[in-house]
Design a protein around this ligand. Structure first.
Ligand code: EPZ
Length: 421
């Protein structure tokens, strides 16, 4: 497994471009299963998870072309099987996003139950509840979800917990159902909105995306379309926090400040000077040590749970005490153990972490445990004295395109060492 060697090298300075959003690209690629005509997706990020989705679609029999590294054209017409096998699903839980489209467009789906992961149990009961409300027959057997429906019927579905992929799965299924589907307490994430835009380009009739109530009028079929994936707000936020934690100045281009209000408020509270334009965000710490901030993760537009680990790294180096409350996942403090190895002062009480900032952290060998935890460890290592080795960085390759290239453009000294074993 590859590892990173990162030398604490002072403040980051420079600018990078954001890539397309992983959490929009994944549902959008799966939406191709809803139509017998090609879906042309651009601004696709080059990530492991995108590659896994491509493999999943290929093994179903879809035709998948890549005119350029950041484009994919999927034609689901030649599909031969509606199975998402354990071997692929266990490496990427988001494979569950083929469930809604397959049942809606092909009348059946056999998707391996996505297990839990480092950050939590990650149940999919709300996905299944919604499909049953739309008339699907669901059976759990042999570790698989078997779902059947001759024709889904529109229904009113109330989510008792806000679920991003649950909202996306059922919004996709509803596009081909008979009649109207109303999703109440729907997720409002920008990635849900981007998926809705893509579905509309394919001929779906959707309104209310980005609010807590989404309405979908089913249509007989969807058609060919082109869609460009929106910028990745979590990648953007991760590099901005790296700039702030190292007391530097970082600008991210090809992004959208409107997606990161809650994060920008916190960076301002931490002492960052924020400048924004239609497609860029800059944070300038002016060489100052950041101030500790309190974080309470919430569904969008609240503070994103996917930025919690990165802000914990900033608090480890900040002036004062910062309190972080994680309300979305039950085990999303795995990075804390590794940050403690760098000399951080973190006290965990249930889903609350109390961090007392330190002027400096010290390099030590550490290990990534999940995708956003790995970003947190890189941020802390960039600000630590000495050379930090981070193991299992394949977690980071899942969600961050060209990590070394982007960090090097900001002046970081980061090297990937491929371990042969
Ligand atoms: C999406 O995961 C993202 N992944 C996650 O990003 C993100 O952390 C999460 O939303 C929250 O914003 C993708 O979009 C591919 P949820 P998802 O369903 O949809 C509970 C990353 O780092 N729940 O919104 O799986 C669940 O246990 C990843 O890019 C149920 O109880 O998350 C959790 O407590 C990590 N039953 C809460 O809802 C269900 O059927 C929110 O989960 C579904 C969810």
């Amino acid at each position: 497994m590859d590892k990173f060697i990162i030398a604490g090298n002072g403040p980051l300075h420079g600018e990078i471009d954001a890539s397309g959003a992983k959490n929009a690209a994944l549902p959008i690629l799966c939406a191709s299963l809803l139509s017998d005509e090609p879906l042309h997706v651009s601004n696709v990020p080059k990530l492991w998870d995108v590659n896994t989705t491509r493999k999943l679609l290929l093994q179903m029999g879809c035709a998948v072309e890549q005119p350029t590294p950041h484009e994919m054209v999927i034609d689901a017409k030649p599909i031969t099987t509606c199975v998402a096998p354990y071997e692929l699903v266990k490496t990427m839980r988001a494979s569950i996003l083929v469930l809604g489209p397959l049942v809606a467009a092909r009348g059946e789906a056999h998707v391996s139950l996505p297990g839990g992961c480092a950050i939590g149990a990650r149940p999919v009961n709300l996905h299944l509840m919604g499909l049953e409300a739309m008339g699907a027959e669901i059976k759990l057997e042999g570790g698989f979800i078997h779902a059947y429906a001759r024709k889904l019927k529109g229904a009113r579905i109330v989510f008792d917990t806000v679920t991003v992929t649950g909202t996306e799965n059922l919004m996709m299924a509803a596009t081909l159902a008979e009649g109207e589907t109303v999703l109440e307490n729907a997720a409002r994430e920008p990635e849900v909105v981007d998926l809705a835009r893509c579905l509309r380009a394919m001929g779906a009739r959707i309104s209310g995306e980005g609010t807590t109530t989404i309405r979908v009028q089913g249509v007989a079929a969807l058609h060919a379309a082109q869609h460009s994936v929106l910028p990745d707000r979590i990648e953007t936020g991760s590099y901005l926090v790296a700039g702030a934690a190292t007391r530097g100045r970082v600008r991210v281009n090809k992004t959208d400040p409107a997606m990161l209000d809650a994060v920008l408020v916190k960076l301002q509270q931490a002492g960052g000077k924020i400048a924004t334009g239609p497609d860029f965000i800059e944070v300038d710490m002016q060489g100052k040590r950041p101030l500790a901030v309190n974080i309470h993760t919430m569904p969008h537009p609240g503070f994103p749970t996917d930025m919690q680990a990165q802000m914990m790294a900033l608090n480890c180096l900040a002036e004062g005490v910062g309190v972080i409350k994680e309300t979305i996942f039950e085990n999303r403090f795995m990075h804390a153990q590794e940050l403690l190895r760098l000399g951080a002062d973190i006290r965990i009480e249930g889903n609350t972490a109390v961090i007392t900032g330190k002027e400096r952290l010290q390099a030590a060998p550490i290990m990534a445990t999940d995708l956003r935890a790995s970003a947190s460890l890189v941020i802390a290592a960039l600000a630590a004295d000495g050379e930090t080795f981070i193991d299992r960085i394949y977690h980071m390759d899942r969600g961050y395109e060209d990590i070394e290239g982007k960090f090097a453009a900001l002046g970081a000294r980061i090297k990937r060492v491929a371990k042969l074993m």
